[in-house]
Design a protein around this ligand. Sequence first.
Ligand SMILES: [Fe+2]
Length: 220
Amino acid sequence: MTTASRAFDGIRVRAAQIGLYETPILHGRLADAEALNAALRSAILDRHAAAPSLARSNVGGWHSATDMLDWGGPAAAALADTAVKMAKRASHFDGRDAATVEWTVKMWANVSPPGALNMSHAHPGVLWAAVYYIDMGVPPSGGEAGGELFFEDPRFPVPFMRLPGFRLLGIDGQPQPVERRLPTDAGDLVLFPAWLRHGVRPHLGTGDRISIAMNIDVTG
Ligand SMILES: [Fe+2]
């Protein structure tokens, strides 16, 4: 400190922190989903028995083709409508009447046995991605269940290039994590921007986990 600056010792600053550029993630829970889940489960297990897996982000699990709306019956159509309803809640279209925007959904199913996981990935070419949980498998007694959906902070690589242990403090005063895990249950529907990289931790329990993924977009 120079002699000149000591003349101003004791200057105080009040700073308000602004949390800028939210990333909206909607975590929904479907009410009375038992009948819907039973119908979805039955359609998925039939398809699982008959069709080979696609190789996408899945490691060790079965990934159907993205045409589940063709074979998932009314339950799949109802789930797609519900996901679009959530996407509408979080969307704005400059210069367009939101009520007239036409939405499209591609849907696929995942059956993940113990040990299966999904590597980090994004869903290019669409606005929103969603995942719906039908069966979480059986957690191990006294241990972690695994299988959590996780989201990566898309800004993370930038500070990492300077100092790996540096974190920005959030408006809650806590260091912002570079990855956020989201615990989910059967009947949960999670919607997030399709560009947000995400994945699934290894399933550490027993039994198959069953989920449905969707790419949600608009025409034009
Ligand atoms: Fe995904």
